[in-house]
Design a protein around this ligand. Structure first.
Ligand SMILES: Cc1cc2nc3c(=O)[nH]c(=O)nc-3n(C[C@H](O)[C@H](O)[C@H](O)COP(=O)(O)O)c2cc1C
Length: 208
């Protein structure tokens, strides 16, 4: 097996962008075999205790309309009046119809008393990054959306989740619409984010 070089891996990681559903081609399907491969790659994420806490609910075809209507109904039902926004409601109805596939990514709690929930959520984030990088490598656009409605008991009931499960996001996947210019992004210089520890330092608390 030939592994991608570091330069190729770097290029893939830096090429991945959040591409909104409006920039996807809703007419062009994502083949089931490809989608399955991407989701299988997601499951190769690190996970403490090998609990493999993921479950993926795939919405495509007419199921997207059901998802859109349900998101809108749940948003109306669960959003406090002071936070309610017409533009958000509209997007919830539109977005699922703009992408050919939406994957509701669920953390199914498996760790019991041994593995903290936080660690199973962290494993989910690793899985979603695997999914987005694999999608990017295949030429697909991806977008991780996490509207607060996903955290409501009403949404959990609608999707048939246990109350210990958490839907960490809706992953929109699709082919980029023809003519899309791939968005650019920036990151802060890495030097701002690193502290090197090399010389001997005191092992006692200097403030003690
Ligand atoms: C946990 C998580 C949740 C996110 N939820 C949303 C979201 O609800 N809406 C949104 O516009 N972007 C969301 N994003 C995408 C970020 O906005 C995006 O990653 C960021 O702007 C950097 O852009 P890039 O992905 O192109 O590098 C989410 C990302 C993560 C990791």
């Amino acid at each position: 097996m030939t592994l991608p070089s570091l330069a190729e891996t770097t290029a893939l990681i830096r090429h991945r962008r959040s591409i909104k559903p409006v920039d996807m081609d809703p007419q062009r399907p994502v083949e089931a075999a490809l989608l399955t491969e991407l989701l299988e790659n997601a499951t190769w994420a690190p996970n403490h205790g090998m609990t493999e806490p993921w479950h993926f609910h795939i919405f495509q075809g007419e199921a997207r309309q059901t998802l859109a209507e349900s998101l809108q109904n749940l948003y109306r039902q669960t959003t406090p009046a002071a936070e309610f926004r017409e533009d958000k409601l509209k997007k919830m109805g539109e977005n699922p119809l703009l992408a050919p596939v939406i994957v509701a990514c669920v953390m199914e709690r498996k760790g019991g008393n041994k593995i903290p929930e936080q660690e199973e959520l962290e494993a989910m984030a690793c899985a979603l990054q695997n999914l987005m990088l694999s999608a990017t490598a295949a030429g697909l656009a991806s977008f991780w959306s996490s509207p607060p409605v996903l955290e409501t008991p009403e949404f959990q009931t609608w999707l048939g989740l246990q109350n210990t499960d958490r839907c960490v996001g809706l992953m929109y996947l699709g082919w980029p619409r023809p003519g899309l210019s791939w968005p650019r992004s920036v990151r802060q210089p890495i030097a701002n984010k690193i502290t090197w520890h090399e010389s001997a330092i005191s092992t006692t608390n200097p403030n003690a």
